[in-house]
Design a protein around this ligand. Structure first.
Ligand code: ADP
Length: 602
């Protein structure tokens, strides 16, 4: 990305600060003019003093000269300080406001993106966060560089150089020759440091990840007695970091030294050339001081060149990724799609293929229907594509081929938000936010009254258990057990009260008694809704009115429990395995015998 591109892309965000920006530029120019005052005053003073040396000078005259000098220089410094502060306040204000604006815009845009965006490898949690933070940080840093460093420096150096040329073309030319040399050394420094810094950053990230991983898996580390192995890994990473850091600093010292020499050579050249002109009676003695000070105004900004250049190239790189992220319209939800007051809730999958962004084909020519008022189940081994099918029904992803219809109309034609308002999802592991039980249930309907929250908790068989906790509904939800958290998710669903409900293995990680309670909660919510359930729990499958068996992304059988079982194949294998796992023969004998005590032989 070029500077021009960056500014063009930033313009919509910067536009509202254009008055402050214009003012900052004016202040910059005034600052540059003021910076030349000291050298000129010095020249004038030296020449005046030299003129006075031949005749006797009285004390009052000395006091007047020195007083004027101090007043002018001090006044200029105070004015300069005021201007610098004003310009810094202005540019900082723009920078931080712009950073806030960019952040709000980015978050607003990204949360509305389609899930496909989040499935891309460069957008996984952690990476996406970094993309946003680094992007905004680099862009705002560039704005700061531009107004606090680059422009004032360039203006200052440009004016000083112009003054030198005005005084004498040769002196100006000597000062100019130094600039490309300086720029060359700075560029070499940046290039050399770039790879070292990249290494440092890479090793730092690896070190942090390794440390996180170590702390996260400390239980496993200890149980396998791998403390020594882990410590060694950390030491290797740390060693690499130390080596890189040392190289980084040494390189800096070396290049800073080179730049120091270049600057001294410049000063010497300007100094000797001016002395030559003074001795030739072409210049006054004051010119020596003037030229040295002007040369300082030219070379001082150049000293920061490598840092600015460095930050700037980095900013351009990050900005590219940043704008690519916030400008991809393809992930935006369809606006102005169809909504309907008379949603029925019948879904149809028509020859659907679905391929994830990473290229994995999860569904192949899948066709099935999910009807309102009936419970439909998807059954199959892990990885068969059941959850993927459900994600397509909920509108989280779009089919690669084929269509998903809701009440006979392509799901893509509907307003995405409206569809999701009408769909409730309960998964195997539901996200519980940091916050109280009450807040977590209320997420289903943000305007719910406390009594609505309680009613939902009662329907999800959760209310009694909440009351037994010391803080009741104010208990931190993440402190609850897995089963209780699952019921929070179901209560959330009751509160949302959607006409379409999808369950994705809602009881997979729960004990038998909780599973039974949750099954009751689910049964209570089923009535007259569209219900799709994915489950490995036979009782939940058997109860379904319509069962689809999936294998490797395709629908391989369809029917009721009885018809599918009689038909044999995968469904029968799954049910038989379930029965064997449960040791159903022995289970049936014990359960039956204990419920008919008279049958037990004495
Ligand atoms: P099931 O729910 O039947 O266990 P899934 O629908 O979760 O199966 O997965 C079907 C296939 O798609 C699997 O091979 C799985 O690895 C793959 N898959 C699931 N989610 C993703 C994803 N987010 N990105 C890429 N591949 C995925």
């Amino acid at each position: 990305m070029s500077t021009f591109h960056l500014i063009r892309k930033l313009w919509p965000f910067i536009r509202k600060y254009q008055r402050s920006l214009a003012l900052a530029l004016v202040l910059t120019m005034i600052g540059a003019v003021l910076a030349q005052v000291t050298p000129l005053v010095m020249e004038y003073s030296v020449n005046t003093v030299q003129g006075l040396l031949d005749k006797p000078v009285d004390r009052r005259q000395i006091i007047r000269i020195v007083g004027t000098l101090v007043a002018v220089l001090l006044g200029k410094e105070i004015l300069s300080l005021g201007l610098t502060l004003w310009r810094s306040f202005l540019s900082d204000g723009i920078r931080f406001r712009l950073s806030g604006d960019l952040y709000n815009y980015t978050i607003g845009r990204i949360v509305s993106y389609h899930l496909t965006f989040f499935a891309l490898s460069q957008n996984q949690t952690g990476k996406l966060e970094k993309r946003i933070d680094k992007g905004i940080e680099s862009i705002t840093k560039t704005i700061k560089n531009m107004f606090v460093d680059i422009l004032p420096m360039l203006a200052n150096a440009g004016l000083a150089l112009a003054l030198m040329y005005r005084k004498n073309v040769w002196v100006g030319a000597v000062a100019t020759v130094l600039l490309p040399l300086y720029a060359y050394i700075s560029r070499a420094q940046t290039l050399r440091q770039k790879s070292i810094r990249r290494n440092i950053q890479h090793v730092r990230e690896e070190k942090t990840n390794a440390l996180f991983g170590l702390l996260e898996s400390i239980f496993v580390v200890k149980s396998f007695v791998r403390e020594g192995y882990e410590t060694n890994r950390q030491q290797v990473l740390n060693g690499s970091l130390v080596t890189n850091e040392i190289t980084h600093h040494r390189t800096n010292y070396l290049f800073d030294g080179l730049k120091g020499i270049a600057e001294q050579v410049g000063i010497m050249a300007v100094f000797t050339l001016t002395i030559y002109f003074v001795l030739n009676h072409q210049m006054t003695v004051g010119a020596i001081l003037l030229h040295i000070m002007l040369f300082n105004n030219v070379s001082a900004p150049v000293r920061h060149l490598h840092r600015i250049y460095d930050e700037y190239t980095e900013a351009l790189t990050y900005s590219e990724g940043f704008f690519e992220m916030i400008e991809t319209d393809g992930y935006l939800p369809k606006v102005g799609g169809v909504t309907s007051d008379s949603l029925h809730g019948d879904f149809t999958f028509e020859g659907v293929d679905f391929i994830y962004p990473n290229g994995k084909q999860a569904l192949t020519n899948a066709s099935f229907t999910v009807q309102r008022g009936r419970t439909t189940a998807l059954v199959g081994l892990s990885g068969a594509g059941k959850s993927s099918a459900m994600n397509l029904l909920a509108g989280f992803y779009e089919p690669t081929r084929g269509r998903v219809l809701l009440d006979g109309r392509d799901l893509r034609e509907y307003d995405a938000d409206w569809v999701r308002e009408n769909v409730g999802l309960v998964m195997q592991k539901n996200h519980i936010f940091a916050g109280t039980v009450e807040e977590n249930i209320r997420y289903g309907w943000l305007d719910a009254k406390p009594e609505d929250v309680i009613a939902a908790a009662k329907k999800a068989s959760l209310h009694e258990q909440i009351l037994q906790m010391p803080h009741g509904y104010e208990t931190q939800a993440r402190e609850l057990s897995g089963g209780q958290q699952q019921r929070i998710a179901i209560a959330r669903l009751f509160l949302k009260n959607p006409p379409i409900i999808f369950f994705d293995e809602p009881t997979a990680s729960l004990d038998a008694i909780t599973t039974e309670q949750i099954k009751e909660s689910i049964d209570a919510v089923k009535h007259n809704r569209t219900v799709l359930i994915i489950s490995h729990n036979i009782s939940q499958i058997m109860d379904a009115d319509s069962i689809y068996v999936m294998s490797e992304g395709a629908i391989v059988a369809h029917g009721t429990h009885e018809s599918l079982y009689l038909g044999g194949g995968l469904y029968r294998d799954i049910i038989d395995s379930n029965a064997r796992t449960l040791n159903i023969g022995r289970l049936a004998a014990t359960v039956l015998s204990s419920s008919r005590p008279e049958a037990v032989p004495a």
